[in-house]
Design a protein around this ligand. Structure first.
Ligand code: NAD
Length: 356
């Protein structure tokens, strides 16, 4: 199977946070024709693809990667294409409540895509995974591509299982597959059940800023645009059968992240001028809540391999990326309202610092 990405790419989960940013990057900076396959779960919103669906570069198909029929149909009707697989159940807390959905989409869905790709596909299968497959780190060190898998949550276990299937399809059937494992993403179009947008919107409305445990859990933060450029680099230049760690070189603990959100908000909408604050500062809204079961203490990524082989590295500093992100959420109230379904409106207690 040829490793060259074709001029057409199937983007699964393209109506979600990272997928929609990736489609936007492809439209703006490449000549790819794009087919989006998305089930439009609570996490998928066509508003995130506006106005990209108006032109003739992006075709949208509503369908389930866990359904053999949906997957085979999109291959038959729109293929051949390379595949970039973002579609997943991505919220760690939800995986504790209903792990079966995660096995169905993240494991069975990846299997259905791989199997269709093996028979009907062409080009490359790029699978988007997470650093959470590696488990938790102590105070030092960073995950490299050869770090043994040691997932803690049903979410990370389902992503680990999918990664193993991708590797198995490469080794057994010769499928041209590449995996990327990235750290916590942030940026525009992220659903406000994840830590950074949740904190921005809650703070702006004078609501509590719930932080798990003592807030000392450390994550590496990667701006979504940097991540999308890394995925494109791996699609175009990655070595078949290999995986690449994509990290932001921006480790912060959760209290530092929330403090940075408060500082950025203060800059754009001073608390003294925000009636919802009733005289409090943004930092006064911080509330420490019971820790999540199995909460990994620290993740960190060593992106040297991607830097050396893909000529990729993070370019957006956390401070600058966060300022832009806060500005974006303040300027995009219409999008925020559209995506805040009942499932996400109950925000307190759903903060997900795993971001996925
Ligand atoms: P998201 O939850 O914002 O979006 C997921 C998208 O997949 C949604 O559009 C949803 O409708 C779609 N989807 C869900 N189940 C589907 C199914 N069965 N069939 C078709 N579509 C389905 O997720 P995200 O944050 O954009 O993450 C994208 C990918 O990146 C995921 O695979 C996730 O594991 C991985 N990842 C995310 C992060 C992060 O920080 N957000 C970090 C590491 C890895």
């Amino acid at each position: 199977m040829s490793g060259l990405p074709l001029s057409k790419v199937l983007v699964t989960g393209g109506a979600g946070f990272i997928g929609s940013n990736f489609v936007r990057l492809l439209v703006e900076e490449t000549s790819f024709e794009i087919v989006v396959l998305d089930k439009l779960t609570y996490a998928g919103h066509l508003e995130s693809l506006e106005p990209l669906l108006d032109g003739d570069r992006v075709h949208f198909v509503r369908g389930d990667i866990g359904s053999a029929r949906d997957v085979r149909t999109v291959f038959a009707e729109h293929g051949p294409f390379s595949v970039v697989n973002f579609a997943a159940e991505s919220h760690v807390d939800r995986s504790i409540d209903s792990p079966g959905d995660f096995v169905q989409t993240n494991v069975t869905g990846t299997f259905e895509l791989l199997d269709a790709f093996r028979h009907q596909g062409s080009g490359r299968f790029l699978h988007v995974s997470t650093d959470e497959v590696f488990g938790s780190l102590g105070p030092d060190g960073a995950f490299v591509e050869t770090t043994p898998y040691d997932p803690s949550s049903p979410y990370s276990a389902s992503k680990a299982a999918a990664d193993h299937l991708v590797r198995a399809y490469h080794r057994t059937f010769g499928v041209d597959a590449v995996i990327t494992n990235c750290s916590n993403n942030y940026g525009p179009y992220q659903l406000p059940e994840k830590l950074i947008p949740l904190m921005i919107l809650n703070a702006a409305e004078g609501l509590d800023l719930p932080i798990y445990g003592d807030g000392s859990n450390v994550r590496d933060w990667l701006h979504v645009e940097d991540h999308c450029r890394g995925i494109l680099a791996a699609l175009e230049r990655g070595r078949a059968g290999d995986s690449y760690n994509l990290g932001g070189l921006s480790e912060r603990n959760n209290v530092e992240v929330v403090d940075a959100v408060c500082a950025a908000l203060e800059n754009y909408r001073p608390a003294a001028e925000n009636e919802a604050l009733e005289g409090r500062s943004y930092a006064d809204l911080k509330t420490f809540v019971s820790d999540r079961p199995g909460h990994d203490q620290r993740y960190a990524i060593d992106p040297s391999k991607a830097q050396a082989e893909l000529d990729w590295g993070p370019t957006v500093t956390f401070e600058e990326g966060l300022r832009q992100t806060v500005r974006w959420y303040l300027d995009n109230g219409r999008w925020c309202q559209a995506v805040q379904t009942n499932a996400t409106r109950n925000r307190i207690g759903l903060a997900d610092d795993e971001a996925s």
